[in-house]
Design a protein around this ligand. Structure first.
Ligand code: SF4
Ligand code: SF4
Length: 134
């Protein structure tokens, strides 16, 4: 079960994979919440950035189901505020990479209205494909 917490999960492959891809020491976070308090788009997220970090510390792969990892704009506000030097955007990127490798995607170009596709700058389309698709 994904929500179950255990020593095996905390020391498991998911946590190791996130740390390897992100380059972050997840246990450095002391859950002070400054990142969530300062995030400019936290109101659109279903789980707070600090909660995503906590879930990942505990090996809870449910973090991959959150819209937070896709909404994060990598604005670095949380990085500037974090007293423990944790780079949350790198964590979010690692979680997106793992989700994409599992086949979870957030963008289907075929579902975008043709009129919108014609109007969008090519850079925005390419950036969106890189972030949201395999
Ligand atoms: S600001 Fe840093 S230490 Fe505090 S909760 Fe966020 S990631 Fe953890
Ligand atoms: S990098 Fe992401 S989580 Fe951090 S403040 Fe910006 S939008 Fe929020």
């Amino acid at each position: 079960m994904r929500t179950e917490i255990s020593v095996k999960k905390v020391r498991g492959q998911f946590v190791q994979q996130v740390e390897e891809i992100s380059g972050q020491d997840l246990l450095a976070c002391n859950q002070c919440g400054k990142c969530s308090a300062g995030c400019p788009i936290v109101g659109t997220m279903d789980i707070l950035p600090s909660q995503i970090l906590r879930m990942t510390q505990l090996g809870m792969e449910d973090a991959l189901d959150s819209n937070t990892i896709w909404i994060c704009a990598s604005c670095l506000t949380c990085v500037a505020r974090c007293p423990k030097g944790v780079d949350l955007p790198r964590l979010m990127e690692a979680l997106r990479q793992i989700a994409l490798r599992q086949g979870i995607t957030r963008l289907d170009l075929k579902e975008l209205p043709p009129a919108l596709l014609r109007e969008l700058p090519q850079l925005a389309i390419i950036g969106g494909c890189r972030k949201y698709m395999r």
